[in-house]
Design a protein around this ligand. Structure first.
Ligand code: MN
Ligand code: ZN
Length: 445
């Protein structure tokens, strides 16, 4: 789907989308269109349930007085609620609607809201961003999909007088959407296609955007003493990798302390010798989503040429049962020198990340380190699927992340850390063990 910003006029083809606020209050464009169609908008609303609530739509086919073959009323909700996130969601809802009805091109009239904030170009840019985020499907392995099931929308235009400004505001958002799509692409791939070596190759593609990409193989990891990560990897025929992606934006010094992103990249997690039950095991192809998110972050930062020094480090392994797999009760030594008694081989993410985070902290001395990971099943039990658990040892960083989560609709919930939990992983045989004895506070421990 192509996004365009065009002059504010009624299109000569396709669908024309105009906004209606809650309680059926017409925007300026809707009022003008109602006049032009001799009252068709008000008449159509009167015989429908459409109230102008957020995301509602009402189609008017073959309206008179205009060449567009369809008018779509889009519910905007209350004007006071039209912040960035609401606008993005409206853009997304519109794309879904247009694909459902089989439209190929549509033009959206963007009208000022009462207090002029956000401005029209900002509104257009944010709606277009939401539209671009919604315009995604992973269909590369479908070979015989019925044409009727395929998305139809080719062009979505936003009619706004200051086209140049809208385009300028939209450009960095479009790069972020590309980062999000890069994450979705890599995490959606099956584990016979994406495994440590092939994931690392995808990271390598970021060099085209100016990202420095370095790949550590088993030999290098073993020389660095990454016994925790290598212990997880040893049961798999697929060799592990660590990928270091470094972005140095304009004005950032190479020797400055970067912001670091670490990602768990278990490309498939069977649980290892502590094998998971068969039902639902297919979901474990997603166990590399933290690394996928780091790949997306680096894609977005480099794509929009962010003036920042950032590194992304992903630990890529496959966790398999095998004659050479690690056993429950094995003791491994992490790069930090700490010994870990592995009591459950399915608690492998923390073993991978122990080495990845230590390495990142040691090598880059980052100003802040953000670890993204599908850890743990217990956090889903605690929070469900709407919130991600946040563990932080820095108040400012935690506050910033919580605020960012709220602003983007990627909600976070802070979880506790502390000495009382540390004691629960004391081991009889090593410095620590990789699981606690009981299931309490499972996400923390
Ligand atoms: Mn696991
Ligand atoms: Zn896992």
């Amino acid at each position: 789907m192509k996004i365009a910003f065009t002059k504010p006029e009624i299109p000569a083809s396709g669908s024309y989308v105009v906004g209606v606020h809650e309680d059926r209050k017409l925007t300026k464009s809707a009022t003008a269109l109602d006049k032009r169609t001799r009252g068709q908008l008000l008449a159509a609303m009167a015989v429908s349930r459409f109230k102008g609530r957020k995301g509602e739509t009402l189609d008017i086919l073959m309206p008179r007085g205009v060449q567009a073959r369809r008018v779509i009323l889009l519910g905007l909700g209350k004007p006071a609620d039209l912040g960035s996130l609401r606008l993005q969601r409206l853009g997304g809802a519109l794309v879904a609607h247009l694909n459902r009805i089989g439209e190929t091109n549509a033009t959206v009239a963007v009208d000022a809201i009462a207090d002029a904030n956000p401005t029209i170009p900002t509104m257009a840019a944010q709606m277009a961003y939401g539209a671009k985020l919604r315009d995604y499907r992973f269909d590369k392995y479908r070979t015989n999909e019925k044409p009727d099931h395929k998305p139809t929308l080719k062009t979505l235009s936003f009619a706004v007088a200051d086209m140049a400004l809208a385009r300028k505001l939209h450009a960095p958002l479009a790069r972020i959407a590309e980062g999000v799509h890069a994450t979705r692409d890599v995490v959606s791939e099956p584990p016979n296609v994406i495994f440590p070596v092939s994931f690392a190759e995808r990271c390598k593609e970021l060099e085209a955007l100016g990202v420095k990409v370095e790949i550590l193989d088993e030999k290098k990891m073993s020389a660095l003493g990454m016994g925790a990560l290598l212990g997880v990897a040893q049961g798999s025929a697929r060799a592990p990798r660590i990928v270091v992606m470094e972005w140095l934006g304009a004005g950032a010094k190479a020797d400055s302390r970067p912001v670091a992103f670490c990602g768990k990249g278990v490309t498939f997690d069977t649980g290892g010798i502590s094998l998971k039950p068969a039902a639902g095991m297919e979901d474990m192809k997603w166990d590399m989503a933290g690394a996928g998110a780091v790949l997306g972050v680096m894609t977005a930062l480099a794509g929009r040429k962010a003036k920042v020094h950032a590194v992304g480090v992903v630990g890529l392994v496959e966790n398999m049962p095998d004659g050479n797999a690690q056993r429950p009760s094995d003791i491994v030594t992490a790069m930090s020198g700490r010994t870990i008694e592995v009591l459950n081989t399915d608690a492998e993410g923390r073993l991978v990340l122990a080495d990845v985070c230590w390495y990142t902290q040691n090598r880059f001395k980052p100003v802040a380190m953000i670890d993204l990971a599908t850890l743990t099943g217990a956090i889903i039990i605690a929070l469900g699927h709407e919130y991600a658990g946040l563990f932080a040892n820095n108040e400012d960083l935690a506050a910033g992340l919580l605020a960012a989560g709220k602003a983007t609709g990627e909600k976070l919930w802070r979880m506790p850390l502390g000495d009382v939990f540390d004691r629960m992983i004391d081991s009889d045989a090593a410095d620590v063990k990789n699981i606690a004895g009981d299931r309490g506070a499972g996400a923390t421990i």
